[in-house]
Design a protein around this ligand. Structure first.
Ligand SMILES: [Zn+2]
Length: 458
């Protein structure tokens, strides 16, 4: 008999089901990895379970899906770049390249601790993990769902990205997908992950798409547009950056384009028409000064029903891995940008962080909402905190008042991964010391370091 779990008397269960029901005094019953019942606590009073969680103080949501999250990328050097350095990307890649297997394992563990404690039950790492063999145990221990792949390029790049001859890049991607897809009882998916159209040939991109099509997996690309890129693509390819991707045949439902800033109306049409998904990183766009008022098109993509996931990008871009803050940023930044409070309502932000994001990554049949038959991926927020008061509209309170710190418990695949604010797969204080030491050693080894502050540290 699989273990059973009951979340009982939840103050509210925000189901994100097809009717978008919010169940007051709700209950959820889980058997093994799947939800068997969702409803009023009174209706489910007769259902017993091995473990019953008293959720009277809790608001329960589906687990969050992080659609663009470079894990292991910068945790050990997070926050080192003063604002006046400008884009840290070149240094970030150089530092990451210098990381050893052991270092990547430890920084990945830290990333996973932060992800699960913030209710992220699934994330897509856009190819930054160099040592998947070492990190597999960390994913297993954390119990999280992960979409991984190997970052490859076959063209020029000012960034220190792993470059191979085209055929080798395609062969590596295929071997990677074959080796890793479906591991961890299906919680691990492996995709082709060429870095971007600017750093990869059309041959590599179509090779990656072919792998995704043939294996029933997916692929992701860093993708932006904007006036300069449009001009450049027009001259070189006679179309827009997004039109180019369509022309070479790589768009479609199994493609996730990341960031997608600066796209024009014609490019939005192309994305919608081809059923392509996107992952948008609101806090990266804001912190990077990317000009959301001019370049952000989330409202138009939402209006065309494009599958949009939110992402936290990396510890030196958005810096935080808190999906509640990412939802807040998505909801508020477009209101300000368009000077219109009706844009990107709280409900839309929550949909992107859950069901719409899960659909974007092709896992929406299993996760993203709280429904009987789906996987039990749940986040329990403790409302017994000042920022949750007064509680009348749980979605508004979640998106506008709260942050990840009120997360009490997180269930992934039926397993309670965070319990009463604690995870049990790693000794956090020891890990924090290890990662701090890795950061210091890495900066010393690479010579990439900055003053501890723009202000004197005495
Ligand atoms: Zn990225």
């Amino acid at each position: 008999m699989p273990a059973t779990l009951k979340i009982d008397h939840a103050r509210y269960v925000i189901t994100v089901d097809p009717q978008r029901r919010i169940v007051a005094d709700g209950a959820i019953v889980v058997e093994g990895s799947r939800i068997t019942h969702v409803g009023k606590a009174a209706e489910l009073a007769g259902v017993t379970a091995d473990r019953v969680v008293d959720a009277r103080r809790m608001v329960v949501t589906p687990g969050f899906v992080n659609g663009h999250m470079h894990i292991s990328y910068a945790h050990c050097v997070r926050g080192i770049f003063p604002d006046d350095v400008g884009s840290p990307l070149a240094h970030v890649f150089a530092l990451q390249n210098a990381m050893t297997e052991e270092e990547e394992y430890a920084t990945t563990l830290l990333g996973l601790v932060e992800l699960v404690k913030n209710g992220n039950v699934c994330f897509l790492d856009p190819g930054s993990t160099k040592y998947p063999d070492a990190c597999l145990q960390a994913y297993q221990d954390a119990g999280i769902r992960v979409v991984i792949g190997e970052c490859v390029i076959d063209g020029e790049s000012p960034l220190a990205l792993p470059r191979y001859p085209t055929a080798e890049a395609i062969a590596r991607s295929a071997a990677y997908v074959k080796k890793w897809d479906g591991r961890l009882d299906g919680r691990m998916r492996a995709w082709a992950m060429p870095f971007s159209a600017e750093t990869c040939t059309a041959e590599l991109l179509s090779g990656a798409k072919r792998i995704a099509d043939e294996t029933g997996t997916g692929l992701t690309l860093h993708h932006n547009s904007g006036a300069a890129a449009r001009k450049d693509y027009q001259a070189k390819h006679g179309t827009t950056p997004t039109g180019y991707l369509e022309k070479i045949g790589v768009l479609g439902p199994n493609m996730v384009l990341a960031h997608v800033l600066g796209i024009g109306d014609d490019e939005i049409d192309t994305i919608a028409r081809t059923g392509t998904a996107v992952a948008m990183c609101p806090s990266t766009a804001a912190k990077g000064g990317r000009g959301v008022p001019q370049h952000g098109r989330m409202p138009e993509l939402l209006a065309k029903n494009v599958r949009i996931a939110l992402g936290c990008d990396s510890p030196n871009n958005s810096n935080y891995l808190d999906m509640v803050r990412a939802m807040n940023m998505a909801a508020v930044q477009y209101k300000d940008a368009r000077q219109d409070m009706k844009i990107v309502p709280a409900e839309s932000a929550l949909e992107m962080a859950t069901l719409r994001g899960a659909d974007a990554l092709g896992v929406g049949a299993d996760i993203g909402s709280i429904e009987a038959g789906k996987k039990a991926d749940l986040v329990l927020f403790d409302t017994e905190r000042p920022e949750w008061q007064a509680l009348f509209n749980p979605v508004n309170n979640l998106v506008y008042n709260a942050d990840g710190r009120s997360i009490h418990s997180v269930v992934i695949d039926g397993r309670v991964v965070v319990d009463g604010g604690r995870q049990s797969f790693v000794d956090e204080s020891r890990l924090f010391g290890t990662v701090q030491a890795i950061g210091e050693a890495l900066m010393a080894r690479t010579g990439i370091s900055y003053p501890r502050s723009r202000w004197p540290v005495v």
